[in-house]
Design a protein around this ligand. Structure first.
Ligand SMILES: Nc1nc2c(ncn2[C@@H]2O[C@H](COP(=O)(O)OP(=O)(O)OP(=O)(O)O)[C@@H](O)[C@H]2O)c(=O)[nH]1
Ligand SMILES: [Mg+2]
Length: 366
């Protein structure tokens, strides 16, 4: 069955949990989703459908607001590529300079050398001195982008055995960490989970207030220290309390930090270390939040945060704005790191499971 036709598909799956599912992790209606996850990553917990309002039984999800927002967010990238395709592949014959120009266009869209090369090779194969219709080029592009992204389409799984399952949210300044915590908390609470959020961003009073607001909005318990307190200390106290009170999930916010600020990265290492003292397997997930309006720098963010904080997956936010997004293809090709979800707005419901095909279509078929 096609990816886009999955029940629950891109719209439906995001977080894992155990209620309503059997021991094999399969709940009614999302068998394919589970199978796909098992292919990609070991499904160590059962999965929940989160965005249940969406019906993904149509063929490409194009009627859904989610897809439209993603598509419009990626317009800058997709229309440049599309205009390029229309302009370049109009001649009767395909030649080396056309292919070079097209490859440059793909590189400017941050798709990465490997993918750009593979796409141009596929386009040229057996077609020198022949023409290729622009539609065919778009199809190849879409297929190749999907091929790179499919293996990284992951989910955040809340393991039942972890009480709590600890998720550390990290990233550079302003990428959407706190907002993503709020959205995740809302989804988990909505599924009946007992959720705690910890204000590990102790730098600014406003950061603590922002999390308090999300706590009130979602019903999650908020644990915070004083402004200027040691972030690792706040994380430690939160995990101790969450363990004692048998919370299902603990989401720990952290202050934004540039990956090249060594002292700040060491602080993050300390948070990870301290959590491990209470629970050796914590944090169970470390989620790097990337801003889709960032280009190449996102690659370096992945590299450094992965090394320092043990990132287990990505969330890409702001895909609804004037996103670039192509960098996700480069990151996937180089790092094979799961993409847990994407943010397509500031609202509580604007966090969606990542779907490789939809993303590819949004980029390639403007
Ligand atoms: N359009 C859009 N805006 C988003 C999205 N996610 C977050 N934002 C906005 O981005 C801004 C920054 O979000 P925060 O959640 O405060 O980011 P942060 O990473 O916690 O920031 P620092 O703690 O300062 O590092 C806010 O105005 C959010 O509403 C998204 O998916 N789409
Ligand atoms: Mg924040």
């Amino acid at each position: 069955m096609s990816q886009s036709g999955q029940k629950g598909g891109l719209f439906g799956r995001l977080l894992g949990g155990g209620d309503s599912k059997g021991a094999d992790g399969k709940g009614a209606g999302d068998v394919e989703v589970e199978a796909e996850a098992a292919d990609n990553f070991p499904a160590h917990a059962s999965a929940l459908d989160i965005a249940e309002t969406a019906d993904a039984s149509d063929t490409a999800g194009v009627e859904h607001g989610w897809f439209n927002r993603l598509k419009s967010g990626l317009t800058k990238t997709s229309s440049r590529i599309s205009d390029g395709i229309s302009g370049l592949f109009t001649q009767q014959k395909l030649d080396a300079s056309t292919l070079d120009e097209f490859e440059d266009l793909l590189l400017q869209a941050d798709l990465g050398v490997e993918t750009a090369t593979r796409i141009t090779e596929r386009i040229s194969k057996g077609r020198y001195d022949k023409g290729i219709p622009p539609q065919e080029v778009r199809k190849i592009l879409s297929e190749e982008v999907e091929r790179v992204l499919q293996p990284v389409a992951g989910r955040l799984l809340i393991e039942d055995g972890n009480k709590p399952h600890v998720i550390l949210m990290v990233g550079v300044n302003g990428t959407g960490k706190t907002t993503t915590i709020g959205k995740l908390a809302a989804q988990l609470v909505g599924k009946g989970k007992k959720v705690m959020v910890a204000a590990g961003d102790t730098f600014r009073a406003a950061a603590i207030d922002q999390l308090q607001v999300w706590g009130e909005r979602t019903g999650a318990t908020v644990v915070a220290g004083d402004v200027g307190a040691d972030a690792a200390g706040v994380a430690f106290d939160a995990l101790k309390q969450a363990t004692a009170e048998r919370y299902d999930a603990l989401l720990i916010d952290t202050a934004g930090r540039l990956q090249n600020k060594q002292a700040l990265m060491e602080e993050l290492e300390k948070v990870v270390r301290v959590l491990g003292k209470i629970c050796p397997s914590a944090p169970h997930d470390c989620v790097l939040v990337l801003d889709a309006t960032t280009g190449q720098n996102a690659m370096q963010q992945v590299e450094v945060f992965r090394e320092k904080a043990g990132v287990t997956g990505l969330v890409m936010t702001k895909l609804d704005g004037t996103a670039r997004g192509g960098i996700l293809v480069s990151i996937a090709a180089r790092h094979q790191i799961p993409v847990f979800a994407v943010g397509v707005g500031e609202g509580v419901d604007d966090l969606q499971a990542f779907d490789a095909r939809e993303f590819a279509v949004a980029i390639a078929e403007a």
